[in-house]
Design a protein around this ligand. Structure first.
Ligand code: M6R
Length: 608
């Protein structure tokens, strides 16, 4: 969701900005723009659509000379995608230029006041108030103007600001929207996320809430909103640069699906020591863990689906009651959190606005929050009381695959840890479960090896109107994720239903040939799900079944079967999701969709 890149140094800024923005394309956007100071004035170029339009417009940045500049990819919130609404935004004299990620919540009131003072607005954006407000407060000292603006604006923002009167400086500001700054011998950089600067530097600083950074060509200074200087520690990024590249795969999504065996291993192995589950980062004693009476899992999208599986696993193994909430609902439903409750927030990006708000709500009420997070140093990781990282590395495709798989592993480990301290699972069974966990990476590899067969099957459905996914218990949670994967990248309407619920309404949508994917990995629910398959088949559905090896009798009912290898039933999600991810992916590829950057979607949803 909106990407910011800025540069100040000895090199031409425009090509660096364009390159950085291309690394942020995964965030989702619908227009792009850039501003560069040419030695006399600030020049702006903007375009609607893909970044390549801006690249063509500026001949790869050639037409915009200068060594200081800011760029932006905009995901429209206030005002349609258009060149007028695209960032950067100017003050009237075109001497102050701003790019923004986030939402200025009091922009209507500010706009009214500024209009009354004679300011004229050209765009429909909330961002433009920042440019005019800076103009209003600017009396020759940019830092002073910025701090005054920060005291007036409400909401979330990551800002990049250039002042024509101070071309030796570039400013970065942040509150509740991600922003990092980096440095190398050629200059200093600002960006919404690390991949944008990885090619130039590995020394980065995570900008904290309400901090201001003044970047110059060879150094940078950090300030509070009261202009007090701050000391910050740099973080050295040790990612393999290829991790953020496609490495020969057609799409990031395919590459990331193929990284799942490694992701699972990386998330699992540091936490299994001498056949015991060790989660040091929980920072909780066994007594504290035993005292937890209830767990609230809060997340959005796929992370929420992982949380639904987490509920079955935690309740099944540790016998702790678990409630799972969509983060966007949790905060506003005045949830009842009783003494002894712990809140677990799950997020790949660690920046999802709703999940962050839920975390803050829980902390405000005095509850302990555990974050299951992928992006190191993200807002959720920094604000949670403890963090279990999912070691999936950078996930670029908008549709999550490997981070989701890692979230499942973190939840299994958490449930097993709770089960250990509460002694709810016999030692022998625990040992078998550990063995099953260790087998998952190879089993996932095996399932990925099936891609050709799934691709052939998926090609039959590129023209489908509706596709349904059904299952019971954990299989329902798997169905929700399978359905989301398909619809978000292929734009085919799809819904997931608890299999027993179909006949209460949805079954009326089944027509001759409608594809129903039935997930049946839970042996104790198997016969019930098979009955539901029979019901839809009787109404003309074509049934795809995903079930355990050995359930060959399912072929009497299902038209097409995908078998998953044997594992503990509570871990079946990790295997059953693989063919469903591949199915969604190949349907989208078959339709010619922009798989990695589906329309209207953003990778990191930093607005409510
Ligand atoms: O970064 P998060 O895990 O907090 O993101 C949550 C959802 O926005 C995310 O899972 C979304 O649903 C993905 N597009 C799913 O593929």
């Amino acid at each position: 969701m909106c990407g910011i890149v800025g540069y100040i140094g000895t090199k031409e800024a425009a090509p660096i900005i364009l390159d950085g923005l291309s690394k942020l394309e995964y965030r989702g956007y619908d227009s792009a723009g850039m501003a560069v100071y040419d030695g006399h004035k600030i020049n702006i170029s903007k375009s609607v659509g893909r970044l390549k339009v801006l690249e063509e417009l500026t001949h790869g940045g050639e037409t915009m000379k200068g060594c200081v500049g800011i760029g932006h990819t905009r995901w429209a919130t206030h005002g349609a995608p258009s060149t007028t609404n695209a960032h950067p935004h100017f003050n009237k004299k075109e001497t102050i230029c701003v790019v923004h990620n986030g939402i200025i919540e009091n922009y209507i009131a500010l706009r009214r006041k500024l209009t009354a003072k004679g300011y004229e607005f050209v765009s429909e954006t909330d961002t433009e108030v920042v440019a005019h407000l800076l103009d209003y407060y600017y009396k020759g000292n940019p830092l002073e103007a910025i701090t005054k603006v920060l005291h007036r604006v409400e909401g979330s923002y990551a800002l990049g600001v250039v002042f024509a009167e101070h071309p030796d400086q570039l400013f970065a500001v942040r509150k509740d929207s991600p922003l990092i700054v980096g440095q190398n011998t050629d200059g200093c950089y600002i960006a919404s996320d690390v991949p944008a600067v990885l090619k130039y530097t590995r020394k980065v600083y995570y900008v904290d809430n309400q901090e201001i950074v003044r970047l110059r060509g060879d150094h940078m200074h950090f300030y509070t909103v009261d202009e007090e200087e701050l000391e910050k520690e740099a973080v050295y990024i040790d990612w393999d640069a290829n991790a953020a590249e496609k490495a020969g795969y057609e799409h990031f999504m395919l590459k990331e699906m193929y990284e799942q065996p490694k992701t699972v291993t990386d998330t699992l192995s540091p936490r299994i020591q001498d056949d015991d589950i060790v989660i040091e980062e929980l920072n909780m004693t066994d007594e504290e863990l035993s005292a937890i009476k209830k767990i609230h899992i809060v997340a959005c999208g796929s992370a929420y689906h992982a949380g639904m599986t987490g509920k079955y696993v935690l309740e099944g193994l540790a016998r702790i009651p678990v409630e799972v909430d969509l983060a966007s609902e949790f905060r506003y439903r005045d949830p009842i959190l009783e003494e002894g409750a712990m809140v677990v927030v799950i997020s790949q990006s660690g920046e999802t606005a709703d999940t962050l708000a839920a975390l803050r709500e829980a902390k405000k009420r005095g509850f302990r929050v555990l974050g299951i997070v992928n992006v190191v140093g993200s807002s959720i990781a920094r604000e949670a009381d403890s963090v279990m990282y999912t070691w999936a590395g950078p996930e670029i495709a908008v549709a999550t695959t490997k981070a989701y798989s890692a979230q499942l592993i973190a939840l299994y480990l958490l449930a097993m840890k709770f089960a250990n301290v509460r002694k709810t699972v016999a030692q022998e069974e625990m040992k078998e479960m550990l063995e099953d966990l260790k087998k998952l990476p190879d089993q996932i590899e095996l399932l990925l090896g099936n891609k050709k067969r799934i691709q052939r099957f998926a090609n039959r459905y590129v023209g489908a109107k509706d596709i349904f996914f059904v299952g019971r218990g954990i299989d329902y949670a798997i169905s929700l994720e399978g359905s989301l994967k398909l619809k978000e990248i292929s734009y085919i309407h799809s819904e997931a239903y608890a299999a027993g619920e179909l006949k209460h309404g949805t079954i009326s949508l089944i027509e001759e040939g409608t594809l129903v994917a039935a997930v049946a990995t839970q042996q104790h629910l198997y016969a019930k799900t098979v009955s539901n398959m029979v019901e839809v088949k009787a109404r003309g559905a074509f049934v795809l079944a995903v079930t355990n090896e050995g359930n060959h009798d399912i072929e009497k009912v299902a038209d097409y079967v995908i078998y998953i290898p044997e594992t503990h039933p509570l871990f079946a999600n990790s295997l059953a999701i693989i063919p469903l991810q591949l199915f969604g992916y190949y349907v989208a590829v078959g339709k010619g969709c922009d798989v990695d950057k589906p329309r209207n979607l953003a990778k990191s949803v930093t607005v409510e």
